[in-house]
Ligand binder design. Structure first.
Ligand code: MRU
Length: 349
């Protein structure tokens, strides 16, 4: 029997049954509801609607959904179609594509259903280890007493493990460092206000929630010593995409000379993408900006028929980054310019 469990994912496989469950993140923190995903169609819907979210986690859930489909007897040709559909479920986070490419390679080499499922399980356990390595590397950059600003949600809800940027903070807390987190609420979908606060409270890490437009004011008042964010795709030159609002933080950080770090696993690196201008940015529906949805239903506050623009991510240029906290070490701008990072990432070279 195989049983995998993380903060937002449960997967069980026995000779008699395979079950994939996710915690519906659209309902948090008001409601903790687990949802079973029995088909690849349901997995795609969960990814598109952000019931399951966060770059590393969507890759792992997609792989397990495909593994489940293989175990249920889907033929290789259909499995490849399903993998392509999962690949396209969200366009910005490259982890989804990295995971699907690993599954597609297995499908094309005619692997058995059990062997395909093993690849998916491996992706889960690998992400656990990647999070741990990122946390170890990043914790060395943080001093006791630091007030750290973060954006979106990059913790256990976004990965199979302890998280990326939030994993670094969690590691510092475990090490006994006194850290305080400023949590950007992260409009429009409030991943900071709804999800990061939920995680930090559980972990007993001190935090203060702010609205996104308060970040500059806090920096001006010397209340922030470090900024750490996650990422959805890092281009070969170090530019990276992350949740909308990240770029503004990086610009503010440079003006106030505050170290600005980005944390992510190698599965977020995209060597085929020369720079940030080539990263596809997901556009989402207008109702996310004109109002809010959650366990309480939907509330619309904007004037009817208002024109709306809703890019889910933005791109931060490498020149604004103080360091890239990856599983294989902490890298500088020079490391990226000299393409030194690639030698630590044999799987992607
Ligand atoms: O739209 P989301 O909630 O999936 O966006 C998530 C982010 O932008 C995270 O910062 C990123 O995926 C890194 S999660 C470890």
């Amino acid at each position: 029997m195989t049983h995998l469990e993380s903060l937002a994912l449960r997967f069980t496989h026995t000779p008699h049954q395979t079950e994939l469950w996710i915690l519906d993140q659209t309902l948090l923190p008001l409601k903790e509801k687990w949802v079973q995903l029995t088909t690849v169609g349901e997995v795609i819907e969960a990814i598109k609607t952000l019931k399951v979210r966060g770059a590393p986690l969507i890759g792992v859930v997609a792989a397990l959904g495909l593994g489940q489909s293989a175990i249920k007897g889907t033929c290789l040709k259909q499995l490849e179609n399903e993998a392509q559909a999962l690949y396209a479920a969200r366009p910005t986070a490259v982890n989804l594509m990295t995971c699907m490419n690993r599954m597609i390679a297995g499908i094309r080499s005619n692997k058995s259903p059990e062997a395909l499922l093993s690849i998916a399980i491996e992706l889960f356990t690998e992400d656990l280890a990647l999070c741990e390595a990122i946390a170890q590397n990043g914790a060395e950059l943080i001093a006791s007493g630091d007030h750290i600003l973060t954006h979106c949600n990059t913790g256990g809800l976004a990965t199979a493990g302890i998280g990326t940027a939030l994993g670094v903070i969690r590691k510092c807390h475990q090490q006994g460092k006194q850290v305080h987190v400023y949590v950007d609420e992260t409009r429009p979908l409030l991943q900071g206000a709804r999800l990061t606060t939920w995680e930090l409270k559980k972990l007993d890490i001190p935090y203060t929630l702010i609205t996104d437009n308060m970040a500059g004011h806090l920096m001006q008042q010397n209340k922030v010593q470090k900024i750490i964010v996650g990422c959805d795709r890092i281009a070969a030159n170090g530019d990276f995409a992350n949740k909308i609002g990240t770029y503004s933080l990086a610009v503010l950080a440079q003006y106030h000379t505050i170290p600005f770090y980005v944390a992510g696993p190698y599965t977020t690196m995209d060597w085929h993408c020369a720079d940030g201008s080539r990263i596809p940015i997901e556009q989402r529906k207008a109702s996310e900006v004109s109002g809010i949805s959650g366990a309480f239903g939907h509330i619309c506050w904007a004037t009817q028929d208002t024109q709306i623009y809703n890019p889910a991510f933005d791109v931060t240029p490498a020149e604004l980054v103080s360091g890239w906290i990856l599983d294989c070490g902490v890298f500088t701008k020079t490391d990226f310019k000299q393409r030194k990072v690639i030698q630590y990432m044999p799987l992607l070279a």
